[in-house]
Every structure is written in C-alpha cells, then in structure tokens.
Design a binder for this molecule. Structure first.
Ligand code: GAL
Length: 691
C-alpha cells in the first residue's frame, strides 16, 4: 500500500506526547476553542456560513467526521471523500484547524447487514441492533477489520492535509458485548493473565459451587445470570472489557501514527465511566480528553464536574482536553434544563481552572433531526439571534485574554484514591454485606469538603507514586492491591496522613478475603480489626462522640464496623445503638505519619471536619480560607507565572474573596490587591504580580 513520506528521517525517535501537545498549543496560539462539526448533515451553502460564523466566534479548531462513516464509505470499500476534501480546504482557508475523527463509533447499515455478528449481544441475550450507535462488539474481527480499513483510508488521504492538527479516534468507547467472539477473546485474555487453567481456578476460587474448569473451552463471558455469579470472574470480565475496547483504540491509533507521528492522537472519555479503566487508557493517549454534561438543573452539579476535571488532570498529570460540553441544554434527561445566563462561561472557566487547555462543544450547529435535535449547540436553531450564540461568541472572543495560562500545570498536597479495580469490586460483584455502594458518589462525598475548603486535590490509583503528597484519602476501597499496601506503608511511615473509610482493604486483586480478616490489607496500618461488618437497618442512625476538646457530638448511619482498637487510639465512639460505647473512629500512629480510620458513614459535616482538620494538621493551607464554599479556587503555574482561578457558582450571591497574592485580573483588565468581588456566576483569573 503506498504511504506518503514520513517527515521524520529514520532513526529519530517518535515525538513524545508532551511534544505533540506543545506543538498543538503553539499552532493554535491560544486555548483551543470550537466543537464537533458535522457538515455532512448540511448543504454546501451552509458550510460557508458556518466557517464565517466560526471565525466571528473565535473558533480555531473543529472535530470533523465523528459520525460520518456512512457518508465516507457508502458501500464496502467505496469511498466518497470529495465532500470532506472540500470541507478540510474550506476550514484551512479560514485558518481553522481540524481534529479529524475516525468514524468507527457508528458503523454504517451495510456493515450490520452484511456481518450481523458484529452487532453486540447484551447481557440479557438480546442483540443490540442497527439504528442507534455503539452497535459493535469490540472483539469482533470483522468490526476491527472494517474499522482498520476506513481508518487507513482517512490517514492516507488526510495525514498531510495542512488543516489536520489532531486525531480523534472513534468516540466514547463503550459497549460491553456477550457474543460468542467475546468469549473467544475473554479466554485468550485469561490465558495471558493466568498462564494455566490451574492458576485461573485458584484465582477464581472455583472449588466453591463446583465451578472448577477442566478445559479452557468451558470458560466464557458471564452472560445471562441465572444465579449469583463468581465474583472473581465478574471482576476479570470488567478488566477484559476495558482492555478489549482499548485494543480497538490502540489499533486505530497505530494506523494513523504510521503516516505521521507528530500529531496528538486522543479519544474522548466520559464522566465517571465504569467500563473503561481510564488510568490504563491514559497511558496510551497523547492527552486525556473529556466529554462532560453537568446537569444545569442541579444546583451543585459543579462539584462532581470539579472531581471529573481533577481526575482528568491527574490521569496524565498534564493539561487535558475538554472535548465536549453543551453550550446550553442537553437532550438526554427527562427534563433538559438550559444553562442559565453566565453558566456556560463559568463552567468553561471551571474546566480551565482544573487544567484544561481547550473549550470544545458538542456541537457547532444544532441538528435539525435525529435524537439530539434539541441538544444545544454553539449555533442554535435560531442562529445568531439567540442568547446562547451571543454567550458563545462573547466567550470565544474573551478567552484569548487568559492566553498566558495555556499549558500551566497544578500540583496538590492532597490526593484521593479513585481506582477502577476498587470501583468494580465494590459495585459489579454481588454478595457483599451491603450491595448498594455507589463508588463515584462515595468518592464525591470525600472530595467535596476539600473542594469547598479550597484545597487542590489530585486523584490517584493503586499504581500511583504517593511520594509528592502529604495527605491521602481512601474512600471505601474494598479491594486493595499488594503494591498499594506497600506504597501506602512507605507513605505513612515517611510522615503522610491517611484518612480511610470503612470496608476498605478487605479483599485482594482476585476478590478473595485477605487473611487475617478484617481488613487484612490494612490491619497493621489502621491499628485495629473488625470482627463483623454491620450494615445499618433502614433509617437507623447512631450517635457518635469525638474525643476532641469539646467532645463534639454528631451522627452516622448506613454502616458500622464492629471495630476493635489494637495499636490505635479511639478518636470517636458510638453513643447509641448496639455498638454504644464502642469505637467508631480510630487513629493510629505509624512511623512519622498516622492513619485515621472511619468505621461508619459520618454525617457530612462530621466527615468534613475530619478531612479539613487532618489537612490542617498536615500543614496544608487552603488557597482562599475565608471564601464561601460555592466559590471555587485553583492555581495553575508555569515557568515564572502563577494564575489564580476563582469561579463563583452561586446563581444569586456575589462573593468577596480575600486574595493570597496581588496581581492582575486578566478578564476584568484591572489590578487587584487584597480582595476582589465576584458577581453571581462570576469568574476571575488573577495573574500573580510576583511569581
Ligand atoms: C456525547 C457524544 C456526542 C453527543 C453528546 C451530546 O456523549 O460523544 O456525540 O451525543 O454526547 O449528547
């Protein structure tokens, strides 16, 4: 197959992800601003208007072709690139760069018709047919082959096009399939993981319920449960699904890289997405990219957005790409509220505050038909005579004011554990003392008080290096790995502070209870043991008294560890219920650090007191200690410059914030000294006078 010349002479190493992203920043000369562009839905005359309006709004990049497979390859092997050539040329002539997508998320009808085995079979045995999107089994060899063909054709045609600035591989990887071909791949995955059937039987504890396998052909995907399933098998299936999807990404990425290695290649992640271990995925991406749709109808949806943004920054420890957000309403909920005036702007700066170097939307122009016909767009159905357009245009033209913050990074003293293995084990397998854990919610509950107290927070996984942190929070990590226990021990012995909540450290990597129980993995660190886990009855609450100066009283619910202190001291006891007088919270000194263990679900105010109190004890300073909880504060730093981002999420209340340093408010264009006032939904970006 003919290949265009690769610009890099042989022997020169491939560009690094950081170099590719730096080149993109330099090329765009500022924050990336734009969105998904779907010109295949419109006549040529509209394209010209699009480009003119894009320029007016300051758009410098668009994502092209995400859902264009049927328009690019109307029959197998027959390509109709002419329209895309024209669009690429048009965009380029207007100075707009292209993030070119491979269209493999939505295979065309001919593919599903000719090769129905590519359609995913769902857990209930039904086939997910054509007519939606994501209708592919990631393990299907035919799907993978057809995806490779269209990817190669695109790479061949456009790798050297001057508009091309980035590759967008597929879209929101997601399906879980239970096809016969999925079983073949699952088996191969298990053979690679375990080597032998004996090792698999041990890991899956198959002597229980006579589940011993004597032939690899007996091992298949855990579909259509008729009874409770083997928890180790379920956990491995989740890992396999994530890896199978990742293989699809890597295959397409490697094809486009054959043609050019200096452009970033990414795919878009989703908010708290349970089917893909994004820590693992991030290693394969040049940058982490996120699609996020906080519900504008929920007043504090900015909290979980902040956590998602911090997670995205932490996945690669680098600036990331806000790939999709809504200009106003979405179309996925029962009631789709608009973003009120100022909300889109505040949310966009919020993403930048947490490390994004882009503000991109789904989508540029609102579709006239299809499921998302009422999903908002940068250019709404009512065109430029609309509030949303006015806000988008104003924002796009304001964004260059903070250009100097581009590429700046953040570092935090506090880390919160967010790990997919911990998530899957806690929520995807049954048979726990309580089977209603909501992992993202639990992490949010532990994160929120730190955010509201204006502390910077990173997220970490079981594989992370903890050495740069001073405090670590472990929300309900039922599964915990050997490697992490060793890292944690080093961390605490070296002076780190850990706050760990109940039902953590219970099982190992293959979902078997660590011995001696409980929590086998953390018993030495928490300085105590649990003889039984006691989920609470509905509506049952317990009094809790802390051993602090005032002997502060609070309440707890949902769960109790029947907890026994060993080397730990008791920091709080129950004051009612069957465990009245017994330990609810422990504190254990380990080396130069200590571990606080919460054996119950404390009411939010008490949890907040513990977390912010421990941060204070660890000497970690809040960025703006006196600011109200609904004002977010973050810091981004680059060589020689510091930028303080302040976002007021209140729709009604202005907020005056005492500043940690004097500087220039880049958006207002004024110098600020001791304090500034933010209007409701107001934003300030203060560049420090002295770095
Ligand atoms: C994303 C997706 C887009 C669009 C958007 C709005 O999840 O990638 O294609 O559907 O949501 O709902």
């Amino acid at each position: 197959m003919p290949r265009p010349d690769n610009p890099r002479p042989a022997g020169i190493p491939l560009a690094s992800s950081a170099e590719r992203m730096e080149a993109l920043r330099t090329r765009l000369g500022g924050f990336a601003f734009g969105g998904d562009y779907n010109p295949e839905q419109w006549d040529r005359a509209v394209w010209r208007e699009d480009v003119e309006l894009m320029r007016r709004a300051g758009v410098n990049i668009v994502t092209l072709g995400v859902f264009a497979w049927a328009s690019l390859e109307p029959e197998p092997g027959v390509f109709t690139f002419e329209w895309m050539d024209e669009v690429m040329d048009l965009l380029h002539s207007a100075g707009i760069a292209v993030d070119l997508a491979t269209p493999t998320m939505a295979p065309p009808a001919w593919l599903s018709q000719k090769w129905p085995e590519t359609l995913p079979v769902m857990a209930d045995g039904e086939t997910f047919g054509f007519g939606n999107r994501l209708h592919y089994d990631p393990s299907s060899p035919v799907y993978r082959e057809r995806a490779a063909i269209i990817t190669r054709a695109l790479a061949e045609r456009y790798s050297r096009h001057p508009a091309l600035a980035m590759w967008h591989i597929s879209n929101e990887y997601g399906p879980t399939a239970y096809n016969a071909e999925s079983s073949v791949s699952f088996r191969a995955w298990l053979q690679r993981e375990y080597g032998s059937l004996g090792a698999l039987n041990d890991a899956w504890y198959t002597r229980f319920w006579s589940q011993t396998y004597t032939d690899w052909a007996q091992v298949d995907v855990p579909a259509v449960p008729r009874s409770w399933m083997n928890p180790a098998r379920q956990l491995d299936f989740k890992r396999f699904v994530s890896d199978a999807l990742l293989e699809c990404f890597v295959a397409e990425r490697d094809i486009v890289r054959e043609y050019r290695d200096d452009l970033p290649v990414v795919t878009n992640f989703m908010r708290f997405y349970r089917n893909a271990d994004y820590w693992k995925w991030a290693r394969e991406e040049d940058a982490v990219a996120l699609d996020i749709y906080p519900n504008p109808g929920e007043e504090d949806s900015w909290v979980s957005a902040a956590l998602n943004f911090d997670l995205m920054r932490s996945l690669k420890g680098a600036p990331w790409v806000l790939m999709e957000q809504a200009a106003s309403a979405v179309s996925q909920w029962k009631v789709n509220n608009v973003k009120r005036p100022g909300m889109m702007r505040a949310g966009s700066y919020q993403a930048i505050a947490h490390g994004s170097d882009t503000v991109l939307y789904f989508q540029w122009r609102a579709s006239r038909g299809g499921h998302e016909r009422f999903h908002s767009a940068m250019l709404p159905h009512s065109g430029t005579a609309s509030r949303t357009w006015v806000e988008v245009e104003a924002f796009g033209n304001e964004l260059p004011l903070i250009k100097d913050a581009l590429g700046a990074t953040s570092r935090s003293d506090i880390a919160v554990l967010f790990d997919w293995d911990a998530w899957w084990a806690l929520t995807e397998t049954h048979g726990l003392p309580r089977n209603e854990f909501d992992y993202p919610q639990l992490v949010t509950d532990h994160y929120r008080p730190l955010l509201e107290a204006h502390h910077g927070v990173d997220l970490v996984s079981f594989d992370s290096d903890l050495s740069g942190y001073r405090m670590l929070v472990i929300p309900n990590a039922y599964l915990i790995t050997d490697r992490f226990i060793a890292e944690l021990t080093r961390f605490v012995e070296g002076g780190g502070v850990v706050v760990c909540s109940f039902f953590s450290g219970v099982v190992d990597e293959v979902n078997q209870v660590r011995q001696p129980a409980y929590p086998g993995g953390l018993r030495g660190l928490i300085g105590g043991y649990v003889d039984e886990y006691w989920p609470a009855r509905d509506a049952e609450t317990f009094g809790v008294r802390f051993d602090d100066d005032g002997g502060s009283e609070s309440t707890a619910d949902w769960w109790q560890d029947s907890l026994h202190a060993e080397s730990a001291s008791v920091r709080a006891v129950y004051t009612s219920g069957l465990l009245d007088g017994r330990a609810a919270v422990l504190e254990n000194a380990v080396g130069d650090g200590h571990v606080v263990y919460l054996g119950t679900r404390l009411e939010p105010a008490a949890l907040a007191r513990v977390l912010t109190g421990e941060a204070e004890r660890a000497g970690i300073r809040s960025l703006v200690p006196d600011a109200p909880a609904h004002v977010e504060a973050t810091l981004r730093e680059s060589a020689g410059a510091r930028f303080l981002f302040l976002v007021n999420h209140s729709e009604t209340d202005a907020a005056t914030v005492a500043l940690p340093f004097a500087g220039r408010d880049l958006l207002a264009g004024t110098d600020v000294e001791d304090a500034l006032t933010l209007a409701p939904l107001g934003v300030a970006v203060v560049r420090a006078q002295h770095s």
